[in-house]
Design a binder for this molecule. Structure first.
Ligand code: GLY
Length: 353
């Protein structure tokens, strides 16, 4: 069993990573929660697989309720919140009760925001079941819902009390959701950990990496932990986690979130921003090529055929572009990232990504 602690003073919390940890989740939950009621929020893909196992354990010690929502990004909508608040009220949840988010990034973000706002905040445990949620969104306290005008436009920084990561659940994942998460895993190697990147380079496929998954997840979460401890409110160092994301968000918006998954869009974004930075002498040449080779190993794309000039408008609307300045995350080289105060001129308008 691997344990990490996110050290944020009064908001500190443990993260446990272990294959099959879900089978004994109760003992970890007991360590952090001595109240009465628990509400599990999950989706109709994940709950049938793992809900029963969790509920049976929790009922030994708590009054346990659950709400199962439709899977998919459409559920991470502002309009889903009243359903959650109603379920919480019907269950008689008070400020001393607990919410558990059991699922991928959508469930974690939505349940997390509901927990942050119901009765001005009730406690939250994250049990992420997708690779993307395990290495990224379940840790660090960013929770949000989407508005019709854009993704994550209403949210909060709200740290959980505990994160339980069971890498074994990933064996039930659709392969597309695995490669989705691998985009973020590769990102961690790019921004902070050359030896992680070299490990990823040394494998022939995701199948070949499976035995290393618990330690790979641990390395990613450890990077995220350190970054979040330094900059919990995303005003400096934490922006490094957005490597590849400026172009990724624009690509996702361009196709109305209907074509590339987030991890696929991040993959394209990482490669393309390195190409542009190399041309401008801002990244060691050959870096983009090295990223492309790793993306190939894990079946991830590096292009999507959109002219850059068509993407720059979407980038201008990104909520991170304050005063038309564009904080870009670039690599000096693999494993070494920095924030570059750029502008729209960085993006060559005649290029195609
Ligand atoms: N997913 C990026 C962050 O948590 O800051």
């Amino acid at each position: 069993m691997m344990k990490l602690t996110v050290d944020l003073g009064a908001d500190s919390y443990p993260i446990y990573i272990e294959n099959h940890i879900l089978d004994h989740a109760l003992s970890y939950i007991r360590e952090v929660f001595s109240g009465k009621r628990i509400m599990i929020i999950s989706d109709d893909h994940v709950f049938p697989l793992y809900g029963k196992k969790l509920v049976e354990q929790l009922e030994e010690a708590y009054e346990c309720h659950h709400l199962v929502l439709p899977h998919g990004e459409a559920t991470k909508n502002f309009q889903s919140l009243p359903k959650i608040y109603s379920a919480l009220l019907e269950a008689g949840m008070t400020r001393s009760d607990l919410m558990i988010a059991l699922g991928g990034g959508v469930t974690g973000d939505l349940a997390g925001f509901a927990a942050s706002s119901y009765l001005r905040g009730i406690r939250l445990i994250q049990i992420p079941t997708s690779l993307l949620a395990q290495v990224d969104s379940s840790v660090g306290g960013k929770v949000a819902v989407d508005l019709p005008q854009g993704k994550n436009l209403v949210g909060a920084f709200f740290q959980p009390s505990l994160v339980l990561i069971d890498p074994a659940v990933l064996h039930t994942l659709d392969p597309r959701f695995v490669s989705d998460g691998m985009g973020e895993v590769i990102k961690y190697g790019c921004i902070k950990d050359i030896s992680l990147f070299e490990l990823l380079e040394s494998r022939a496929s995701f199948q070949d990496l499976k035995a290393d998954l618990p330690s790979v997840i641990h390395r990613c979460v450890d990077i995220k932990r350190r970054v979040v401890e330094t900059d919990p409110f995303d005003t400096g160092e934490r922006m490094l986690l957005n490597f590849g994301h400026t172009l990724a968000h624009a690509i996702e918006q361009y196709y109305h979130y209907g074509r590339e998954s987030h991890g696929e869009a991040v993959s394209i974004g990482m490669y393309q921003i390195c190409l542009l930075a190399e041309e401008q002498g801002l990244t060691v040449s050959g870096t983009a090529q090295r990223i492309k080779r790793v993306l190939d190993i894990y079946g991830l794309p590096h292009t999507c055929g959109i002219p850059l000039r068509e993407l720059t408008e979407a980038m201008g609307r990104d909520k991170k572009n304050l005063n038309n300045k564009q904080n870009l995350i670039l690599l000096k080289e693999i494993g070494d990232s920095y924030i570059y105060a750029g502008s729209a001129d960085f993006f060559r308008k005649d290029a195609t990504v």
